[in-house]
Unconditional design. Sequence first.
Length: 127
Amino acid sequence: MTPNQQEALPQIIKNRRVELGLSASELARRAGVQKSTISRLEAGERQTPKADILMAIARVLGLSNTDLFVAADWMPEGELPSFKPYLRAKYGDLPAEELAKLEATFAKVAKRHGYDGNGPAPGEDET
């Protein structure tokens, strides 16, 4: 993982875990992984997290697999990240407050237009 990804993945996991009021131990229990795995991921020490571990964590945290895969530099074929991880990967040098404002603005626009976060079905956006 790049240095930005080593910061992004831990931030995503820890921020969402804290937002949900889960301890690292509880996240580990629900995801079926060792607490040390969560601790190392959140500390940015795990260089190459396994896809199945990321998927289990994403499920517990209510995140898309793709968001965590992108943060960890994994990109499943045929999937695109949601706006937040894309924005942080592309413009991660912007101040955190500015990124948060962009995310909030995008969420409002998406909601106003009925975007549900699922995106088009396969072939729907192809001509």
